[in-house]
Design a protein around this ligand. Sequence first.
Ligand code: FE
Length: 346
Amino acid sequence: MFPLRTRYRPRLALLAALVLSGLTGCGAPDDTLNVYSARQEVLIKPLLDRFTAETGIAVNLVTGDGDALLARLRNEGDNSPADLLLTIDAGNLYRAQAANVLQPVRSDTLYAGSPSYLRSDEDYWYGLSVRARVIVYAPERVDPASLGDYAALADPAWKGRICVRSSGNIYNQSMVAGMLASKGQEATDAWLAGFVENFARAPQGGDRDQIKAVAAGQCDVALVNSYYLGAMLQSDDAKEYEPAQQVALFWPNQGVGGTHINISGAGVTRATRQPDRARQLIEFLLREDSQRWYAEVNSEFPVRVGVEPSALLASWGPFEANSLNVSELGRLNAEAVKAMDRARWP
Ligand code: FE
């Protein structure tokens, strides 16, 4: 008996290690879906709880910074416990696709939920919500009739009047990528040169800070993602809602290609051992009732056609959105970064 027992010891140790890793969350049990999410827990957790209640499929949410989660997925490779990546901006989703950590998934339900221009054109990821990069302005200093498209912000009339965050930010990179797609490199270079010349200050802070700077009179216009204005307007904190109430929203590029839009979205990982369940979760997130909740809580627009935006977003009026496939924003990202560097956008 004794010699046998010693021979079994390594196996027992291995078994104990496996059980422990399951309990500590390093690798949740196989019937749990692991979601790596760049969105805050409060903005997605209630929806995942509803999915679990309906399907019996448990979901383990790992929340973190988008770049950090992508780095983690790359490092874990085929051993990643992640089944789904949920992140913001088509530029980031495309990076994940290019890093070979996602796999294409096809289903008519997905196609019906996420319009073709708001998802990967190779089926690697699907848009879940829409944000627009809009102009906010100080109504007492800016006549909205003087605003038009993004290109007009390169006019010397705007010298020293524009606030925008740094070129390292993916939102700006995707916006420039969109311009490259519609106008080409020469026109984009010319625009960037004039635009950067008009900055009121060296880029600093996030989009909320640009809204606050317009309200504080540090600049007259700013480029920001629409949901920041929505979130600030609905905030209980006076430091957020007061500046938001002092600015107005302008939809750029109406009648000339539409406002630059982007998405938050999700893709199934290459490493998943349960691709069907992972797909099922994206299908659930694209369902009408999920779309209404998810868009509203994130102050974003639903991707699903026919789902109405919240009353606040609807109050901003209808707008023409650019219809470029958002995959192009990822494909042109490197070129956009180079163009911004050439223009010395800090
Ligand atoms: Fe954001």
